[in-house]
Design a protein around this ligand. Structure first.
Ligand SMILES: C[S@@+](CC[C@H](N)C(=O)[O-])C[C@H]1O[C@@H](n2cnc3c(N)ncnc32)[C@H](O)[C@@H]1O
Length: 254
């Protein structure tokens, strides 16, 4: 009922307007409902392309052996495993996520990789990262920042825990730039994706949330400006697959 929300701050969960204080719980329930199907559904819905995007994004970070990395909203750990390969043998990766189920779902896969022991799992909120200032050489977030109640807080926290000169990377969904491709993608994501989500994972609403939350997230240029305002330097971005996903890179000033 609209009236019941009038006295308190509201936010979005997809296209739904909900009380701000409830968003974390909605997001938790959402990822609980899909945790053990997350990797499989991602691969199916993106036809495997998301692995390619993740590989490109981690390569762009220019990680080196021995570095310490945090993977914010790390989920089932795809980015963490890719980063671990690059910082091995003496570096380390902290996979940081609010949802234990998501981390549990990815743990066996990480444990089975040669550099898996370099990845540790820490449960916590990206809006209040539980590490001291200037802890990490690199901070990355993949397809997670959109879910935060105040996503700018997440970026601010990533900036805080980065060492001076440290590398920032955000891989996030966006919208295709070519009109006909965008129309096709809209049809796919608003109509087919929820249908496939319902049919194969019994999670129709979860796969409505995904395209809706993507439409509400800032575009690539706006996000670049937000990152610069927060304090990141040399912010650049690269569109992937005509802009379905975008990688933003930046540095913490020296
Ligand atoms: C779409 S998944 C992305 C997982 C992984 N980074 C990937 O690229 O496959 C988003 C993740 O963000 C996590 N998340 C959502 N809100 C969070 C918060 N406030 N703090 C930390 N993690 C959060 C969810 O639990 C989920 O694992």
């Amino acid at each position: 009922m609209p009236g019941t929300l009038s006295d308190e701050k509201t936010t979005h969960f997809g296209f739904l307007t909900i009380p701000e204080r409830e968003k974390e719980e909605w997001v938790r329930r959402h990822f609980d409902s899909i945790a053990f199907k997350y990797d499989y559904m991602n691969t199916l819905l993106s036809l495997g392309v998301h692995y390619q995007w993740k590989r490109i994004a981690v390569r762009m970070m220019g990680l080196r052996p021995g570095q310490r990395v945090i993977d914010v909203c790390g989920g089932t750990g795809d980015l963490s495993r890719l980063a671990a390969e690059r910082v091995a043998p003496s570096g380390s990766v902290v996979l940081y996520d609010i949802n234990w189920q998501m981390m549990a779902a990815g743990r066996p896969k990480t444990a089975a990789t040669p550099d898996g022991p370099l990845v540790s799992h820490v449960q916590g909120d990206a809006e209040t990262i539980g590490f001291p200032d200037e802890t990490f050489d690199a901070a990355m977030v993949g397809f997670g920042i959109r879910n935060l109640t105040h996503f700018e807080n997440g970026f601010r926290e990533m900036h805080r825990v980065l060492k001076k000169g440290g590398v920032f990377m955000c891989l996030e969904f966006s919208q295709p730039v070519t009109p006909w491709f965008r129309a096709l993608y809209d049809f796919y994501s608003f109509y087919l994706m929820p249908y496939i989500g319902k049919a194969l994972a019994n999670c129709g609403p979860a796969y409505c949330y995904l395209p809706e939350s993507i439409r509400l997230f800032p575009g690539a240029d706006e996000l670049k400006a937000i990152l610069e305002r927060i304090g990141f330097r040399r912010v650049t971005y690269r569109r992937l697959t005509d802009g379905i996903a975008v990688v933003h890179l930046g540095k913490k000033g020296e």
